[in-house]
Write a protein that binds this ligand. Structure first.
Ligand code: AMP
Ligand code: MG
Length: 366
């Protein structure tokens, strides 16, 4: 072999080796990861490499709409929602965007479905506890008299009249705060938009609140159930095509006064922060429903969550109470794998007394 032949064959070997490495690289990293932001939360979108083109074509539109939603639905910075809340307080009506009109109708259905435990009309109470701020509130809790007056005013989504895009409230105490279901609504819209664009398999993960489309190759997508006390996971679950997993937790957003932490989830019945549940997780077929339900189940508490789950048509529920015990349905137990460090956690399995059939909750909000 001449010197040149040796160089050529070495180059050929190198080319074949690098082609193999190239294929190996793509086999090992079959997914594409993208990040967006909505309501101040990072949203990770994962799709198989084969669906990259469709995804990249539609993601800018999704990102733009997320920015619009963040601005329009902000509960305290000036925007469409704060203008609407001012109109409600003044007894005036206002024309809103089609998206907001739809979300108000959805909020009305979700309040009804939850028996009033999920109530996005209690914005004044949420603001009173200091949660209309990017910083965690500190200092004395609000006075019992002011809390009682806000509760007595009984703000409810049923006070709101929606006529097409024309919206008014018969109760000036109604103040919208969509913090409890906005993320679910946004991810539902984004998942539907990705699908319309031809994306058949994807995960949308907003800090542990997840919508999935299709499958992860020949397997279901496996997602983590967030640990309420840390950034890790207490369990993981395989989600079927179209399923969602949402968790409401009290550990990262709270009001602190003299060592006492008050949750950002408020019980509309007494205006007080929830303290018996540290997190609630729900698997369902709709993000807005699961998001609202996770909030409502936190309000219901460890003794009454089953009635709320039944009302909302949900079988896949997991609650961590303030003593650290996990309560869940047998259906949820069958779908999850507890992490090793959760092995010593007390687990209470509780059956729901529900009729078999399609989730009533989903039918109500569609
Ligand atoms: P999540 O993390 O989904 O449970 O949402 C919590 C957020 O929902 C809070 O920060 C408030 O903005 C809002 N919220 C608090 N309590 C309620 C409630 N009872 N019903 C509806 N929204 C609530
Ligand atoms: Mg929620």
């Amino acid at each position: 072999m001449t010197r040149w032949q040796r160089v050529l064959s070495a180059a050929l070997v190198l080319m074949i080796a690098s082609a193999a490495t190239y294929r190996e690289f793509f086999r090992d990293t079959p997914d594409r990861h993208y990040t967006l932001y909505v309501f101040g939360t990072l949203v990770e979108v994962v799709v198989p490499d084969s669906e990259r083109r469709e995804t990249e074509r539609i993601l800018p539109e999704i990102s733009e709409e997320f920015t619009v939603m963040h601005h329009d639905w902000h509960a305290w910075l000036p925007g469409e929602m704060t203008r609407l809340n001012s109109a409600f307080a003044a007894g005036e009506s206002m024309t809103v965007s089609p998206l907001l009109a739809d979300a108000i109708r959805q909020g009305q259905a979700l309040e009804q479905l939850s028996g009033g435990l999920f109530n996005p009309a209690i914005g004044q109470l949420i603001g009173l506890w200091g949660f209309h701020s990017d910083d965690l509130p500190i200092g004395p809790a609000p006075s019992a008299a002011v809390i009682a007056a806000m509760v007595a005013a009984q703000p409810s989504m049923t006070d709101i009249h929606v006529d097409g895009r024309e919206v008014s409230s018969g109760n000036p105490a109604v103040s919208l705060d969509f913090g409890g279901f906005a993320k679910g609504t946004a991810l539902d819209w984004a998942a539907a938009t990705l699908q319309q664009a031809g994306v058949e398999n994807a995960v949308l993960n907003a800090g542990g609140d997840v919508n999935v489309i299709g499958r992860n190759g020949d397997r279901p997508w496996r997602v983590a159930i967030r640990d309420p006390k840390g950034w890790g996971a207490i369990a993981s679950a395989e989600l079927r095509p179209g399923e969602v997993l949402y968790t409401s937790g009290n550990y990262f957003r709270y009001h602190e006064d003299a060592g006492i932490r008050y949750s950002h989830i408020i019980d509309p019945r007494d205006g007080m922060p929830v303290d018996a549940v540290v997190s609630s997780s729900v698997i369902a077929d709709n993000g807005a429903l699961a998001d609202a339900a996770a909030t409502a189940l936190s309000v219901a508490g460890p003794d009454h969550w089953r009635a709320t789950a039944e009302r909302m048509g949900l079988k896949l529920v997991l609650i961590v109470d303030s003593k650290g015990a996990i309560h869940m349905t047998p259906e949820m137990q069958a779908r999850i794998r507890l992490e090793d460090d959760a092995e010593n956690t007390p687990v209470i399995i509780e059956n729901l007394d529900m009729p078999v059939g399609p989730a009533a909750g989903l039918a109500a909000i569609r």
